[in-house]
Each structure stands twice: as C-alpha cells, then as structure tokens.
Design a protein around this ligand. Structure first.
Ligand SMILES: [Zn+2]
Length: 378
C-alpha cells in the first residue's frame, strides 16, 4: 500500500500507512504560511481492501466548517471526479473507501493542473480572436499568462472587461470556470459571443497564482502571500503576480472586473460587491444589482439570498482586488464565489459542485456581461 503526492498540485503528508484500517494523513501547510485545506494524493496497492483514511489535522484547517457535510472528490482515471461521503469527528476527517482498482486519486476538489493550464492557453491561441502576453514571472519562474479576446482591430476603442481567477490556488473550480469561459469565447458560431466581442475586449488571467497551484497550496503564493490581500501595495519580490497584473490593468484600463473564487464552507454560488467603498452610491448599487439579477435569470445554480454580508460604506478592504480596482478604475468589480461542496438548492448526488457546472456558470456570466454592457448602466 502506498500514498503519493509528489506531482503537480499534490499535497499530503503520511503519518502512518501500515494499516489499511487506520491510514493517518496530514495536510501540509502552504509554504511560509499557516493556511492549509487543499489536499490531493494517490492511494495505490489497496484494490478491494477496505481502507479508512484519517486526515488528523482537519480541525486546524483554514476553514474547518468546510469539512462538515463534505464529500471528497475521487477519480480512477483523473478525468471523471466523483464524490464520496466523509465524516468529521473531534477534528479528524475520515474517508472510508474500498478501491475498485490498483490506484485511486483523492482531492479536495477536481484538480486543475498547470499542465492543463498550459494546454488551455495553447489551445486558445490557435484562434484569431485571442492574443496573449506574459505580463511577468512568478517567484518560482513561471509565466503569468494574460489572454485578450477581441473580434476586430478597433480593440482600443472598446470597453475593457477583465476576469481573473485562482488568486487562491486551492480554489481549482475557478480555473474550470475559466476553461468554460474560454470555450464559450472561442465558439465563433455563438451569436451571444459574437455580440459580446463586438461590445468589448475581454481580458482573462486564467491563473493568477501558478506557484501556489503547482505547489498544492490552499491560499498563498511561493512567498506565503495571500494575493487577495496584496492589491493596495504589491511588492515585486513578494507578490509579483499582483504587481504585474495591476500594472497591466493600469496600462490597458478596466471597465469591469470579475474575480473568480471558491468558498470552502458556504454551499451556494453568490457574488460579493464593493459596497464598502466610501463613495458607494445608487448608480453603483444598480450596476451590481443588474448583474446579479441577470445571472439569477440565466443560471439556476446562482442565487442572491445567501452570501457574505455587504460591508457598510467606508469599511472597504482596499487590499482586495475588487475594492482596489473599483476604486482606481471607477468600475463595477465583483467577487464570484462557487462552493467546494454543492449548492443546496440544486444538488448533484454524483458530482456535487463540479468542473462542468463551473464551466456552465461561466457561460452564464458572459451572457450577463453582454446584457450589462447593453444596459446603459456602465
Ligand atoms: Zn478565494
């Protein structure tokens, strides 16, 4: 019996793997940080053997309620990720599982590897609609890929709409969302896409945190920085990811920003606005309300009843991407949250919240953007 994690986005520490009935594991904390919750490992050599895997430090994870009513993702072929129940007792999360094959993978959510990221970027660039640039390098020396989708050469005259994903690398659903977004933007036969790309240039950062992604981090980059707390004054040697993207935004301009995330605990899809800005007003509220209500119309998985409470004006956290960008560029900026578990109103017994559902939500978000651009509220 063997447990391994030495691969792209892998994360687990083996405490004891001698007894199939009591396999003890620990999640490794992000480098130079106390955050941990993302895990991804392979169990091999246990075909037809009843196994109990215990993650003994689950109670000290960044969001312990995330492991309540949680169903782990597992896959035999690394393509299809299914769900399996877990239990949480006294800070220990247990998975009881009988593998049907010689090897099985377990992960906090369906992983989105850096290899898959490279495939996604390469595939995008085959389209004449897509242009690419490396805005900078990470601390581990990886490229920070920025994609621009535009349907004609008058690009500079159009609105510039940005979507960034995976500032928090463990939130892999954010890059599944991006894959759906890109597939939709590349669909030249889709009338909605055509209309959208005639209205605006779409700038995408499919992965804001390649180092954290490859290292199997939950929340930080290679220097232990939480990128979504770095937007006020990013330093080039500690959070180059934010430094370079903020610089590109300054140069290109921003008329709209969506920052895509996953929430460990809340079983809903929702949007958080920037109500905490000191100059929040009725116009900004109607822009935010329009986008959210449009998305409710378009996608049954999205809702506006539950989410984070809105901040009161004057209490915005300007270290976050949305507040900082809304303030600097005077535009609508929102955080989109998807669940790690599932949506309570539209549950899926087999897959829970999944890469596929994240991709569909991206399609709806693009359609909502198109309506927003047409609304005259901008
Ligand atoms: Zn996040």
């Amino acid at each position: 019996m063997n447990i391994s994690q030495n691969f792209d986005a892998g994360n687990i520490e083996v405490v004891n793997c001698e007894d199939a009935g009591n396999i003890q594991l620990k999640i490794r904390a992000d480098k130079a940080s106390d955050f941990y919750q993302w895990f991804y490992f392979r169990l091999s050599g246990a075909k037809n053997t009843p196994c109990t895997m215990r993650i003994v430090n689950a109670g000290g994870a960044a969001y312990p309620p995330g492991f309540q009513n949680y169903r782990v993702c597992y896959s035999y072929d690394r393509q299809t990720w299914l769900r399996h129940p877990t239990s949480l007792y006294d800070g220990v999360m247990s998975i009881e599982f009988v593998p049907e094959y010689d090897s099985v993978y377990f992960a906090y959510f369906a992983p989105y590897s850096m290899e898959r990221h490279a495939d996604l970027v390469a595939r995008s660039l085959l389209s004449p609609l897509c242009a690419h640039r490396v805005v900078g390098k990470t601390l581990d020396g990886q490229d920070l890929d920025l994609l621009r989708f535009s349907s004609d050469d008058a690009g500079a005259l159009k609105k510039n709409c940005w979507v960034i994903a995976r500032q928090h690398p463990g939130e892999s659903m954010a890059e599944w969302w991006m894959e759906g977004c890109i597939e939709r933007l590349l669909d030249e036969n889709n009338a909605e896409t055509k209309k959208l790309l005639s209205q605006c240039n779409v700038y995408l950062m499919p992965n804001m945190n390649p180092d954290g992604s490859r290292r199997g981090h939950l929340r930080t980059n290679a220097a232990g920085r939480n990128l979504n707390r770095e937007w006020a004054n990013p330093e080039i040697d500690a959070s180059p990811e934010v430094y370079f993207v903020k610089q590109a935004m300054q140069e290109i301009g921003v008329d709209f920003l969506l920052d895509v995330h996953g929430d460990e605990s809340l079983p809903y899809c929702f949007i958080a606005g920037t109500e905490g800005l000191s100059n929040w007003d009725e116009q900004k509220q109607s822009q935010l309300g329009f986008y959210k209500n449009k998305l409710v119309e378009l996608n049954a998985d999205f809702q506006t009843e539950r989410g984070y409470p809105a901040k009161t004006p004057g209490t915005a956290n300007l270290t976050m991407s949305t507040a900082q960008t809304a303030q600097s560029h005077a535009c609508l900026a929102m955080t989109l949250e998807m669940p790690f578990k599932d949506t309570t109103a539209t549950p899926d017994e087999t897959y829970g919240w999944s890469g596929e559902r994240s991709k569909k939500l991206a399609h709806s978000c693009l359609d909502a953007l198109s309506s927003y651009l047409e609304s005259g509220l901008l």
